[in-house]
Structure formats: C-alpha cells, structure tokens
Design a binder for this molecule. Structure first.
Ligand SMILES: [Zn+2]
Length: 347
C-alpha cells in the first residue's frame, strides 16, 4: 500500500510517498481502507521531530482518518466488514486507574496515533475497534476525517474543562486553526458570545460568518486592552488557549476575575513569560486539556450525525499531493481543516 512517510526528521522535503506492507491486524483490531484523512499541526511537529519522542522509521504521518472496515481481528463486537468508520486518534491502555474510570485521555500511557505510533496517511490502517465509530448517515468521509481530533480536543476544552455556560463570553485566539475553529463552533452551539483574533482580515470575515460576535486583528491592536474596554473592564469568562508563548500574557489580562483559561497547546512556544500576580489577584483557574474520553467522543459523533456540529473544511487535496497539503498547513493560510482524499475505488 502507499503511505505518506518520513525516513528522518527535518523539513517537509523529507516527506515521501512510498510502498510499504499493509499492516497486519491483531485481536480486537480492524483493518480500515482509508477514504479520507485530515492534517493537524501535529504532523508538522512530528515531521520536524519532537524532543523526547522517538518514532520508528520509516514513520507514517497522520492522526485523523475515515474509511471502510475491510477485515476484523478476533473478538471484535459491534463492527462489520463494510462499515464506514472514523477514528478516535487516542492510544490508551484500558487498564490503568484513569482508563478504568473512563478518562482515557488521562491514561498513564496515553499517546496519539501518528505521534506515539504509526499514522494513518496510508491506503489502509489498523486500529483497535474501540477507537472506531460508525460514521453517521449523510456524513462524508472527508467530513468524518476532518472532525475527530480537533472537535474532541475543543469539546473537552470548552465544555468539560472550561464549563462554558449559555450567555458567557469566550475568547478564542488564532481563529482559522483547526482547534480554534472547532472551539468557535462549540461555543456558538453552547449559546455563548464568541470573541476571536487573527492576523488575517479574510479569516476574521470567515469567522463572522461562523457566528463570531467580536473579531480582532492582533497585528492592528492590543487585543487584551480592546477586550477589557469592550467588556467595561470586566473581561471574558473563558479563554481558549493554543498558541502559548505569543498569547499567554494577553489571556491572563483579558480573563475576568474568577475566570478560566483552558490550554491545549503551545504552537508558538511552551515557556512564555507569565504574571503570577494576575493569577492570584484575579483568582484565575488555569486548566489543562488533552484530547478527550470515549464518552466525549461518542457525544461529538452524535452531534455530527445531527449536523449540529460540523467540521470546517479548508481544502481537499488528493493523497498524492500530501506535501502540498502539508505546505498549505505550514503557511497558516488555511481556515479550518486541510483534507487528503484517497480516490481509489473502494469496492
Ligand atoms: Zn490507561
């Protein structure tokens, strides 16, 4: 089968499409023929190399995919050959105290498909059946592939950890990024007022169409000061953090007294200057969040099925053009998800 892979870490010049053996499946697993996959910023980090995380080379990239079940290992219940399925890209042990409590993303051995194990930018992938959900009727492979990672992440951030209530104000940095765009959709679904920022007027305009109530070009103004002014020096209830270094101090300044900041990433750097006096004086709750549990995954798939929550797709590339797709993600010109399509006839 063909796969998008690297033999060594480096720039996107290292990305190749090569033939590798179709993965064997073990008990409890399914072999899925990939119909669509979706890119995440994580792919760029993995291609570059993440300090402290080793991949076995050659390493297949990719965390998000959807396709058709072609083979089942022993002991799989609830899935049939021919089912259309989408992947929860978490890897968990099922045995530790957190897995036993249903908190899979707290698993002591938690990892991600494509980072801590082989990825899914390949014509077939093997996955534990527990990681696969049936794609709801009427949802395309492209939509299903673009959905899981960012919506699971944003759902846990905004709803579970962030406890967003109707009528509250939520600020999302860097609209256009996958998690940020999902967080905007979830915030509107929750009945909140959404505040967003970007350096691109085009992205701010697209965000307006998705329901963003207040929009700021961070190259043109001091966003925290503007938020403070607009809220009559109150601040927002919840800040959805992902950039890290570039926005952290702004987040501390724009959140209200007793408000919450929830972080899932550090795309611009992990060690920003911070301001402890703001944290204690304003009594800010700083919350970490990573991916989500199985219950949360089932909840977002149900919302996808009812078309209450839909992925925002930027552009679909043919699988053969994976490097161009990764370059688009790297350029940060995208709004929403960059998707790969596997066009080979599935019959
Ligand atoms: Zn575990």
């Amino acid at each position: 089968m063909k796969a998008v892979l690297i033999h060594r870490h480096g720039t996107l010049d290292q990305v190749r499409i090569e033939d590798i053996p179709t993965p064997p499946i073990r008990g409890g697993q399914a072999l899925v023929q990939t119909r669509a996959a979706a890119l995440n910023h994580l792919d760029l980090f993995v291609a570059e190399g993440i300090p402290g995380i080793k991949q076995q080379m050659p390493h297949v990239l990719g965390s998000d995919a959807a396709g058709i079940v072609r083979e089942l290992g022993a002991g799989v219940d609830g899935l049939q050959v021919g089912d259309r399925v989408m992947l929860n890209p978490g890897i968990w042990c099922t045995e530790c105290e957190f897995c036993q409590a249903g908190e899979q993303s707290l698993c002591v051995r938690y990892g991600l498909v494509g980072e801590h194990g082989p990825g899914v930018y390949s014509e077939f992938f093997a996955a534990p059946a527990r990681n696969l959900a049936r794609i709801p009727d009427g949802v395309t492979f492209e939509e299903a592939a673009a959905f899981s990672l960012v919506n699971l992440t944003a759902w846990r951030m905004v709803c579970t950890r962030g406890r967003l209530r109707p009528g509250e104000d939520v600020f999302v940095h860097g609209i256009g990024g996958g998690v940020a765009t999902a967080a905007l959709a979830i915030a509107k679904l929750a009945g909140a007022r959404a505040w967003v920022s970007s350096s691109s007027p085009e992205k701010l305009d697209l965000a307006r169409r998705l329901g963003a109530d207040f929009r700021y070009d961070y190259t043109q103004c001091d966003v925290a000061r503007e938020v403070y002014r607009k809220t009559n020096r109150r601040g927002v209830d919840l800040v959805v953090e992902g950039p890290g270094a570039a926005t952290w101090l702004q987040s501390l300044k724009m959140v209200r007294k007793g408000g919450r900041i929830v972080t899932c990433g550090a795309t611009t750097g992990p060690n920003p200057a911070t301001e402890i006096r703001l944290i204690f004086w304003k009594q800010i709750d700083i919350l970490g969040s990573t991916m989500g549990n199985q219950e949360e995954f089932a909840a977002i798939v149900r919302l996808l099925g009812r078309r209450r929550l839909l992925p925002c797709i930027d552009r679909v590339f043919d699988f053969e053009d994976a490097t161009a797709a990764l370059e688009r993600l790297q350029s940060q010109r995208q709004f929403g998800k960059v998707v790969l399509r596997f066009d080979r006839d599935p019959s």
